[in-house]
Design a protein around this ligand. Structure first.
Ligand code: UDP
Ligand code: MG
Length: 339
């Protein structure tokens, strides 16, 4: 038998989780019939949700023993959620997908067909359009992919998603990348392997809201650039060289004007302009340097990527203990009443 672990990071998903569970059960039950060699486990990650997500996990764990979960001590972000899921998944294959049904479970049988014979190590979906997204957002996304692919050796495929069906070998390779600043789109691509892209049209969330603001996405894209490219550092050196050349030309012109034409040079405005421009440039470059330094600083601290506060194992053990205690109490009551 082959075990498939379905990893689902969740942050405030109380509205869609029951729908998601129903949908995934429908698809995986059918897959167990079509592919009798498959069995499933569902590994949910509660990324410090403030709503009833954890309570829903409890209900699901009570109902279905294939449901496992890890609940974080606070919100660590989706990247940490995915890492925790991959690290704790026991499957021969691992699926990563969102809880909001924007990654339709109906794709799973097709994805499995591609990875099962070993032709591909990973099957994933790729958005063919950005329907339902604002024009400004789409434009920034497009620009991000363009810039990223120009300055980074790791190819970041436009529209590729975190919805993945992967072999154990690929998952282990991803887990070997234990960096603290995680940018999955880059990591998935960096590890290589044969990836099958399945085209799909964007679907909107049936309920709940996205936790990504425009600003959040912007910061995330900068993180991505810094995690997979050192080009911005080279930009500082380039700007330095360019400003040196400009200043050298300016010096020659000034000396020429004064010596040959005897013109006096207006000192004050030009000096102010040059000071402003150069100090701006210097601060900009120091800023870039600082960003990389801060990332290095965080990496060297070796902080954990996530902290688990509760797991299904703990929950099930506690429940069992309580049941045993209740059973013992009842027995004691009975024995007393017999006396
Ligand atoms: N998510 C998470 N932690 C976060 C933010 C999001 O685990 O801090 C999960 C969320 O529950 C969902 C997935 O990541 O399952 C994608 O989030 P969302 O739908 O908000 O992003 P979008 O689809 O808009 O990119
Ligand atoms: Mg979503």
């Amino acid at each position: 038998m082959k075990l498939v672990s379905v990893v689902v990071p969740c942050y405030n998903e109380q509205e869609v989780l029951p729908m998601f569970y129903e949908e995934i059960i429908k698809v995986t039950d059918k897959m167990s019939v079509d592919f009798p060699e498959l069995e499933f486990e569902f590994l949910f990650i509660n990324d410090g949700s403030k709503d009833k997500t954890l309570e829903i996990f409890h209900t699901l764990a009570d109902r279905d023993k294939r449901v496992r979960y890890i609940s974080f001590s606070r919100n660590f972000g989706k990247e940490s959620g995915m890492y925790a899921g991959l690290k704790n998944a026991k499957g021969d294959y691992v699926v990563v997908m969102d809880a909001d049904l924007q990654h339709p479970p109906a794709f799973l049988p097709e994805m499995y067909k591609y990875v099962k014979d070993g032709e591909y190590d990973c099957a994933t979906t790729r958005r063919v359009n950005r329907k339902g997204e604002s024009k400004v957002r789409s434009w920034f996304a497009m620009k991000f992919y363009q810039i990223m692919n120009k300055i980074s050796q790791t190819e970041i495929v436009d529209g590729a998603q975190d919805f993945r069906f992967m072999t154990r070998q690929m998952v282990d390779a991803i887990l070997d990348m234990s960096e603290y600043n995680r940018f999955s789109k880059g990591i998935f691509s960096w590890v290589g392997f044969n990836v099958k892209y399945l085209p799909y049209e964007n679907v909107e969330r049936p309920a709940g809201t996205t936790s990504w603001s425009f600003w959040g996405l912007f910061k995330y894209s900068l993180e991505g650039i810094m995690a997979f490219s050192t080009a911005p550092l080279a930009i500082s050196s380039l700007l330095g060289i360019v400003s040196c050349i400009i200043s050298f030309i300016l010096i020659i012109i000034t000396v020429f004007k004064t010596l040959v034409f005897g013109e006096s040079v207006d000192g004050y405005p030009t000096t102010i302009c040059v000071i402003f421009m150069l100090s701006g440039l210097q601060l900009f470059c120091t800023g870039i340097l600082g960003q990389y330094l801060s990332k290095t600083y965080l990496e060297t601290k070796h902080r954990p990527i996530y902290i688990a506060k509760e797991t299904d194992e703990l929950y099930r053990r506690k429940k069992q203990e309580n049941q045993n205690k209740d059973g013992n109490n009842n027995n004691n009551d009975n024995s007393q009443s017999v006396k």
